[in-house]
Design a protein. Structure first.
Length: 157
């Protein structure tokens, strides 16, 4: 698999900030302050799984993730570009976290990324995200192991 593209319909949700909540015994528990994030991440994960991402994600592969975020234009908006919240980095973080455990083992494996925010509303496209995921390659050690020739067994000589 070199590159996979998929569409997730819906209003893009940004990853909120983490909020510390005190618990009995002095322990602190971190929770996401945006309750809509988890369901949106599940939608993204399901869409990725439907596109042939099945099985155990490889922990040594590098990935590129590019996302186009499409938002409905509000009637009062006179802006040409969606320069308001949500922030692009928090939108990308939501996608990265949603693909963790589905495409890659950890989002630290994403070595190239990018995204654009767009307005929709002319009827040509609905709100949602278009995700492109591309496998860049394996770690140096794994690449060497893949290229290592198979030795002949003593019985076959």
């Amino acid at each position: 698999m070199a590159e996979v593209r998929f569409w997730v319909p819906g209003i893009p949700i940004a990853k909120g900030s983490m909020k510390a909540v005190g618990r009995k015994g002095g322990k602190v528990h971190l929770i996401n302050d945006n309750k809509k994030t988890k369901p949106w991440q599940k939608e993204i994960a399901w869409a990725a799984m439907a596109c042939s991402f099945k099985g155990e994600p490889d922990a040594e592969c590098a990935w590129a993730v590019f996302v186009d975020f499409y938002f409905e234009r509000t009637e009062s908006s006179k802006r040409k570009f969606p320069t308001t919240k949500p922030d692009g980095d928090k939108l990308l973080r939501t996608v990265f976290d949603a693909l963790t455990g589905v495409v890659y083992a950890d989002d630290s494996q994403v070595t190239s990324w990018g995204g654009d925010k767009h307005f929709v509303g002319d009827g040509s496209r609905a709100a949602g995200i278009s995700v492109t995921v591309k496998m860049l390659g394996f770690s140096e050690a794994k690449e060497k192991a893949r290229r290592r020739p198979i030795r002949e067994s003593a019985a076959s000589r």
